[in-house]
Write a protein that binds this ligand. Structure first.
Ligand code: SD4
Length: 308
């Protein structure tokens, strides 16, 4: 089969990640390799206090990473609450390929990474440490929404998590020239979370799901809300029932509202989805969610529709 390769990812910084993924997809390479290479770009980028290196820490000042990857054969690997490793997605891939397991957490995941040649690195940048120390003055935990009109400026300067330039997660889904879909999702999680907290991003079915018969979906936003509806799996199953990607994402967002309408007004969640025909779409609870798409025909950042 000769298909048109395509890659989608969450947020504006998905554009650079897509460009990297395209160096593989555009040459007829495998979607799995493309999504791993793609999300490694924001993982290693300290400038956006977003994913991995430079990510905002938990309330104890520790940067803890959640990441997963899934291929076209339901193979998947995940690491949760992994510290001091620059590329958790690559560790997740090794969990998938080299172990009989799907998930490794914390110390065990770290040891596994070291055993496989990953280096121990400090991921807390001076900038993120400064934002954390500012936060400590009030120590008020509220997941800030990723919406334009709610940009929180911490007293010490910089941008709080959730502002337009500052998101915690990249989710990427792709289809390659062979028509195979894969996905990856990687994050430093919600800033100032409790120690040990894991979000939706490394949970197969919640933060990411790929079913090569149907397509793929991934999510961003307040992970607790996504886990409660097993969001990405839900989106893929809705596409199986015949919904277009955008309609499937919208229905999943509506499920979050149905569960707790008052809560849904105060948090952000966004989904992106891709089906096997190469059609794609997204939907969010709140305004301000963007996603990036790249194919042979187009390369752009698209503002997602939203309920509120
Ligand atoms: C989490 N879903 O840890 C992630 C955070 C996120 O943009 O997506 N932030 O809950």
């Amino acid at each position: 089969v000769k298909n048109e390769p395509i890659v989608l990812s969450t947020w504006d910084f998905g554009k650079a990640a897509n460009a990297e993924a395209w160096t593989i997809l555009g040459k007829g390479g495998r979607a799995l390799d493309a999504v791993e290479a793609g999300v490694k770009i924001p993982e290693a980028d300290a400038s956006n206090q977003s994913v991995g290196y430079g990510g905002l820490p938990d309330r104890d000042g520790r940067v803890t990473l959640d990441s997963c990857i899934m291929d076209e054969n339901y193979n998947c690997g995940s690491v949760m609450c992994l510290e001091n490793i620059m590329h958790p997605v690559s560790v997740a891939r090794l969990v998938m390929e080299k172990t009989p397991h799907v998930v490794l957490v914390g110390e065990g995941a770290f040891q596994f990474a070291l055993d496989n040649g990953f280096k121990k690195e400090n991921l807390l940048t001076p900038e993120s440490e400064k934002v954390w120390k500012e936060w400590l003055k009030t120590s008020k935990y509220e997941p800030v929404m990723n919406i334009e009109n709610k940009l929180h400026k911490p007293a010490g300067g910089g941008v709080m998590p959730g502002g337009p330039d500052n998101h915690d997660t990249i989710g990427m889904i792709a289809m390659d020239a062979s028509g195979n879909c894969s996905g990856a999702c990687t994050t430093s999680g919600m800033a100032f979370k409790m120690r040990g907290r894991v979000g939706d991003s490394p949970i197969i079915g919640a933060g990411l799901y790929v079913d090569n018969e149907i397509g793929a979906a991934t999510s961003t936003g307040v992970g607790e809300e996504v886990i409660k509806i097993v969001g990405s799996h839900l989106v893929v199953e809705l596409m199986r029932q015949g919904l277009a990607p955008e309609a499937a994402c919208k229905k999943a967002v509506e499920r979050i509202i149905k569960r707790n309408p008052a809560k849904a007004k105060t948090v952000q969640v966004g989904f992106i989805a891709l089906n096997k025909k190469g059609q794609y779409g997204a939907y969010a609870l709140q305004k301000g969610f963007t996603y990036a798409v790249k194919s042979g025909k187009e390369e752009k950042i698209i503002p997602a529709k939203s309920i509120y």
